[in-house]
Ligand binder design. Structure first.
Ligand code: SF4
Length: 187
C-alpha cells in the first residue's frame, strides 16, 4: 500500500511538472542571483537541504517529478549504474553552478531581496507555449539519460539538487524512503 501511494504521488508530481518546473530550475536561481534576488528555486533548494537533515532522501523517493519519470523508465532500462563514477560528474556540475550563484550574489552586491516568483510571475512555470521548449528539453534530457544509463541514470549523473542532500544525517524520516530505490536516487 505504501509503495502504491508513493508511486501515485510521484506520478502526480510528474504530471504537475509544467506548473513546478521553474521552482526546480538551476537557471532561475542563477538569474535571481545576478539580480541579487533569492528566487523560488533557491528557496526550494534550501528546503531540500533541511529535508535532507530531517527526512533523509525522502524527497527523491516521494516527491520529485523526476522520481516519477525515473520510476516509470525502470521498465525500459532497469540495470544498475556505476554510481561512484556518475557522482563525480554530478558534483562537478553542482560546484560550477552553485559556485556561479555565489559569485553572482557577490557581484550584484549581496542579497537584495527575496522573490519566490522570480521569472514565474504567473505562478505557473509553463504559462505560454514557447516555454514548452524548455519543459520538453528537460524531460528529453532526463528521459534519454535514464534510458541510456539505467536505473535513475539522470539522477546519478546530472542532478544539481541531489548534493543538497549531502547532510542526510538524521534518521527520523528514514522510513519514508523506499529502501534501496531512494538510496540509489541520490547515492
Ligand atoms: S536525484 Fe535529483 S532528480 Fe533525482 S529524484 Fe532526487 S532530486 Fe529528483
Amino acid at each position: 500500500m505504501l509503495q502504491r501511494t508513493r508511486k501515485a504521488i510521484i506520478l502526480v508530481s510528474l504530471l504537475l511538472f509544467p506548473v513546478t518546473l521553474n521552482y526546480f530550475s538551476p537557471y532561475v536561481s542563477f538569474d535571481g542571483a545576478m539580480n541579487g534576488l533569492v528566487s523560488g528555486s533557491l528557496i526550494l533548494f534550501g528546503m531540500l537541504f533541511l529535508s535532507g537533515v530531517f527526512l533523509g532522501r525522502a524527497w527523491c523517493g516521494w516527491a520529485c517529478p523526476m522520481a516519477g519519470l525515473s520510476e516509470y523508465a525502470l521498465s525500459v532500462n532497469g540495470k544498475s549504474v556505476n554510481t561512484k563514477r556518475l557522482r563525480k560528474i554530478r558534483l562537478v556540475i553542482f560546484t560550477i553552478w552553485f559556485g556561479g550563484i555565489i559569485v553572482m550574489f557577490i557581484k550584484s552586491g549581496g542579497i537584495k531581496g527575496i522573490a519566490p516568483l522570480h521569472m514565474t510571475e504567473n505562478v505557473i512555470s509553463v504559462d505560454e507555449p514557447v516555454k514548452y521548449i524548455v519543459y520538453f528539453m528537460v524531460l528529453l534530457l532526463f528521459t534519454v539519460l535514464t534510458f541510456a544509463l539505467g536505473k535513475r541514470g539522470a539522477c546519478h549523473s546530472i542532478c544539481w539538487m541531489s548534493p543538497f542532500h549531502l547532510l542526510d544525517v538524521a534518521i527520523p524520516g528514514r522510513w519514508l524512503q523506499t529502501g534501496k530505490k531512494a538510496q540509489a536516487a541520490s547515492a
